[in-house]
Design a protein around this ligand. Structure first.
Ligand code: DGY
Length: 329
């Protein structure tokens, strides 16, 4: 048996990333296109010092207790709500994520989803494919205006700022945002964005884009009460995480046309989608693909691999989330 550290790659990934890892580690690669059960993950992790996760694998106290050799979990995602970070810190296990490399690609998609939602792109395509198109008509699939309207952003991290820049500089939109902390005056100026309260955001936005992290506090940050505060012609786009929006409340609001439309890339309990969302026409649904271009996904996977190599081989991760975990070892 080799004396290289043993790691698990929890899901299929790029062959070149496996090759990069195999130069340093004995790699077990789960080739199945699913995370499997928590028990399967626990069993695969026996004797492993590190794991490459995708954001779908839950790392919690029970798993950590069963895998005492584990030292690092490297997420191929900027979001890390699949990690119980306090439990990892207490167990002395480092978590890392994959920030920056996906920012512009994800902001592109946020804007694509906003456009598709406001201009009814998928709804009209389904109509055409179904052979229903008879004539050009003055109000056929008339949608919501985008240019020159007010873009609201909830969660103004790097991706939120990217969407703001696209809206302000590309589409002449007025940008308002709400965030846990206000941006510096320089960043606000570069995004042409104005800080407002959450209530002002809900009431003022023609298009509201959600880009905040999922936490206990942001669970159902947009529910029936918040949707009721929005303009009747507004659209809502969620590229952040499922659970931030109350999907059942949103489906009802869409059916009753309390807002014009929604675009969702993420869902509560995904890959399952709330059945009511599947039957309302005024929603664009995509399967968590906001960062999905091959160059960006390769950059994310490479960063996750570099975190494993950096930490387990050279003693320093590239993008650590809880460096205080190292004091526990
Ligand atoms: C992320 O990086 O958090 C994206 O949602 C992909 O999982």
């Amino acid at each position: 048996m080799s004396d290289k550290p043993r790691i698990l790659v929890a899901r299929p990934t790029f062959p070149e990333v496996i090759e990069r890892l195999a130069a340093h580690f004995e790699v077990e690669h789960n080739q199945a296109d699913e995370s499997g059960s928590p028990e399967q993950l626990r069993s695969r992790l026996q004797g492993k010092s590190g794991v490459f996760t995708t954001g779908a694998e839950r790392i919690d106290a029970a798993l950590l207790a069963a895998c005492p050799q584990l030292r690092i979990c490297a997420n191929m995602a900027v979001g890390f709500n699949n990690f119980d970070l306090p439990a990892m810190t207490a167990a002395g296990v480092l978590g890392t994520n994959a920030p920056d490399v996906l920012t512009e690609t994800t902001a592109d998609f946020g804007f694509a989803l906003l456009m598709a939602t406001a201009r009814r792109v998928t709804e009209s395509e389904h109509y055409l494919r179904a052979g229903k198109w008879q004539n050009w008509s003055y109000d056929l699939f008339a949608g919501q205006e985008v240019h020159g309207t007010t873009l609201g952003i909830l969660g103004m991290g790097r991706i939120g700022q990217g969407i703001a820049r696209r809206g302000a500089h590309g589409f002449g939109m007025q940008v308002i945002y709400h965030n846990r902390s206000r941006l510096s005056p320089e960043l606000e100026a570069s995004c042409k964005a104005r800080y407002v309260t959450k209530d002002e955001l809900l009431q003022g936005a023609d298009h509201l884009v959600l880009v905040l992290p999922y936490t206990a506090e942001s669970h159902h940050a947009i529910g029936a009460a918040e949707i009721a505060r929005m303009k009747p012609g507004a659209t809502l786009v969620n590229i952040a995480r499922g659970g931030i929006v109350d999907d059942a409340a949103l489906a009802l609001a869409l059916r009753e046309r309390r807002i014009a439309a929604a675009g969702l890339d993420v869902f509560e309990g995904e890959p399952r989608v709330h059945p009511d969302l599947l039957t309302v026409p005024n929603v664009v649904l995509t399967p968590h693909i906001a960062s999905a271009t091959l160059p960006t996904r390769l950059a994310m996977a490479t960063l996750a691999a570099d975190n494993l190599i950096g930490f387990l081989v050279h003693g320093k991760a590239v993008t650590p989330l809880n460096p205080q975990a190292l004091e526990k070892r």
